[in-house]
Ligand binder design. Structure first.
Ligand code: CU
Length: 170
């Protein structure tokens, strides 16, 4: 009896602990994520997605995955010579309250350096995003090397009328 009571108390405490941050994580929804593996050598990859923030202002501060030895938050910046360069953004990306923050080609992205394996089309990888307030949000990111850079900006109202070949996944 004592054991049962203790167990129940411990379970309740544990549940309270693990469920507390979930309320915040629910404010963040990640949609339209995909992973692009670069080139035949496949030493690196990048993930793109739409981060929807339904809560207060937050910040994406870290990302981690078993896919690579290093996972960094990157962006593209134009240098003095007009050349686009990728840089590591140590302070992360601010995510405004109630807004979407888009990680896209030529802009902010999650970078995977030193791949432990090379995922192919049809596979997906697990990625954990760490937000300053929302905490950890783990998502599955499907590989899509065929995707065009501006796909995410397409006017979806026109989709379904055309005869799209190669099949948009939605
Ligand atoms: Cu990068």
């Amino acid at each position: 009896m004592t054991t049962n009571t203790l167990f129940a108390a411990a379970s309740a405490a544990f549940l309270a602990m693990v469920s507390a941050p979930m309320a915040f994580a629910a404010d963040i929804t990640v949609t339209d994520a995909y992973l692009r593996v670069s080139g035949a050598m496949a030493k690196s990859a990048a993930a793109f997605m739409v981060i929807e923030n339904h809560g207060a202002e937050d910040r994406l501060i870290d990302a981690r995955s078993d896919l690579a030895q290093k996972v960094e938050l990157h962006t593209h910046l134009q240098d003095a010579n007009g050349v686009m360069k990728m840089i590591h953004v140590a302070e992360g990306f601010p995510i405004a309250a109630g807004e979407n923050h888009v990680l896209q080609r030529g802009g902010d992205h999650v970078m995977f350096l030193g791949l432990n394996s090379v995922p192919v089309a049809g596979e997906s990888i697990s990625l954990t995003l760490t937000f300053e307030k929302a905490g950890d949000v783990t998502i599955e990111v499907p590989v899509d090397n065929e995707r065009m850079p501006d796909m995410g900006k397409m006017d979806h109202s026109t989709m379904g009328h055309g005869k799209m070949k190669g099949g948009a996944s939605n």
